[in-house]
Design a protein around this ligand. Structure first.
Ligand code: PLP
Length: 471
């Protein structure tokens, strides 16, 4: 076997040999004649040869025995595709994991209507910073502020690059050189790169931890307050839950304490939601509106988690506090671009119209089980004629993702597959490395395909790719 692989690898032509042969190929003449193309053609030749090398190493039954009949046409075909289409680095991925807010796959999907709005804003001039009535300069944030206030009940709102930036800005504006009191049970790390203690430090604030991991009481906060205290901070624990013997202090209780001591209470709500998940049977969590109503001075949350919009950090709360954030120089550095604002305005308008189902995140999270069954059944029946794989139709659970409702298991239907020949690991890779990457997960030596996160055309693509499996 080793010998055979080596023999095939040796039979591959060198880059310069391919290039010189291409000189004689009519369909490549426009690229070969123009020197401007040379570096790109060379790069692509290298990539094509590399991927064939990998195929040989993986020992995919490889028909490249015959140079003229098989290998050369295959090289030409791949190369031509690359030259014509150009290959972007960002590519479409089919998310077959069932994780709705998959950070590696770009978190929230935007509604088609919102995507069209972005494209229109991108291709044309706009009133981004123009007051159309007066013809004078306006603020780029007015386009979303009013909507945010309406939807959250807050007095004022602003938007920065992401929620990490929002927390940083909040610390830098109100707590630089001062103390911020946080419960030990809320010192979270999100996605490996955002840690509350570190963000506080980066903002110039000094963290004062109170309570224990599982229990924090109001009196713990009270005892930690000093002349150096700038604020009481609440942080949503997002991606984990402490269960059992626990106690946390509610926002409303903290606000009461803050009022007595003349201190603001601010909250990093993490995902934050306009929509009450209790409607879908999720564990109760305060919505953004309820958090604002509890009297929290500033509330921050992400744009691309449960909100289902673009990456952004949204800050809502009391006018005087938002005003102070605006005058911080950092705000300019954390500014969001017009496409983000277009995506956010478009998404907020869907909420304003009550069209939750148009927002892909909520549509996927609330997909009825019978619809999921139908979709999985359809995939199951179309895959059955494929003799190269075994398929089963099964009940399973999907996850919300994005650090929201970490313990919620959404009942779903999946197809589990495995190859009759070859390994499950190889098949997973084969799915991932197709012209459209298909991201699945492996469970107990089966590949799990969860249809909850499928979009139009995904099923056909999965079936098509599996038909190419040739072991
Ligand atoms: C996700 C999260 C963040 C970071 O939000 P980004 O928008 O990704 O920057 C911060 N705090 C909490 C509690 C989170 O869950």
């Amino acid at each position: 076997m080793e010998q055979e692989i080596l023999r095939r690898l040796r039979a591959l032509p060198a880059v310069h040999e391919v290039l010189s042969r291409l000189e004689d190929e009519i369909e490549f003449s426009p690229f070969m004649a123009n020197e401007g193309w040379t570096p790109r053609v060379t790069l692509y030749v290298r990539q094509v040869l590399q991927s064939i090398r990998e195929d040989i190493n993986r020992n995919y039954a490889n028909p490249f025995e015959e140079f003229e009949a098989a290998l050369w046409p295959a090289i030409k075909k791949d190369l031509f595709k690359k030259l014509i289409k150009g290959e972007t680095s960002l590519r479409r991925v089919i998310n077959a994991t069932g994780v709705v807010l998959h950070t590696n796959c770009g978190r929230a999907l935007l509604a088609p209507e919102v995507a069209r709005f972005i494209s229109e804003q991108a291709e044309r001039y706009s009133n981004l910073e123009l007051n159309i009535q007066t013809g004078e300069r306006g603020s780029r944030y007015v386009h979303v502020e009013e909507l945010l206030c309406k939807l959250t009940g807050a007095e004022a709102a602003m938007v920065v690059n992401n929620n990490a930036a929002a927390v940083l800005l909040m610390m830098n504006t109100f707590a630089q050189g001062k103390e911020v009191i946080v419960s030990r049970g809320e010192l979270v790390e999100v996605g490996g790169s955002f840690r509350i203690p570190e963000v506080l430090k980066a903002g110039g604030a000094k963290l004062v931890e109170v309570g224990a991991t599982n229990k924090t009481w109001l009196k713990d906060y009270e005892a930690a307050i000093s002349s150096e205290t700038a604020m009481l901070l609440k942080v949503h624990t997002s991606n984990y839950r402490v269960e059992g013997f626990t106690h946390t202090v509610s926002g409303a209780e903290l606000v009461k304490l803050g009022e007595d001591k003349g201190l603001p209470v601010m909250e990093d709500l993490g995902s934050g939601s306009f929509f009450d998940g209790a409607n879908l049977g999720f564990p109760p969590e305060p919505t953004i509106k309820q958090t604002v109503k509890a009297g929290i001075s500033l509330v921050t949350f992400s744009g691309d988690k449960l909100l289902g919009g673009p990456q952004a950090g949204i800050i809502v709360g009391k006018k005087s506090f938002v005003q102070q954030l605006r005058t911080n120089q950092l705000t300019r550095a954390l500014r969001v671009d017009k496409l983000t604002l277009a995506a956010l305005e478009g998404t907020l308008r869907l909420y304003d119209k009550g069209e939750f189902n148009e927002i892909p995140v909520w549509r996927m999270l609330s997909a009825p089980l019978d619809k999921l069954y139908e979709a999985a059944f359809e995939l199951f029946t179309t895959l059955q004629p494929n003799q190269k794989i075994e398929v089963k139709l099964q009940e399973d659970v999907s996850q919300v993702g994005g650090g929201a409702w970490p313990t919620v298991e959404l009942p779903t239907w999946v197809c589990t597959i495995r190859p009759r020949q070859g390994s499950v690991i190889e098949l997973e890779k084969f799915l991932r490395l197709g012209s459209v990457a298909i991201l699945s997960r492996i469970h107990k030596n089966w590949i799990v395909i969860d249809v909850r996160t499928f979009l139009k055309g995904d099923r056909e693509e999965v079936v098509r790719r599996l038909a190419e499996w040739d072991q």
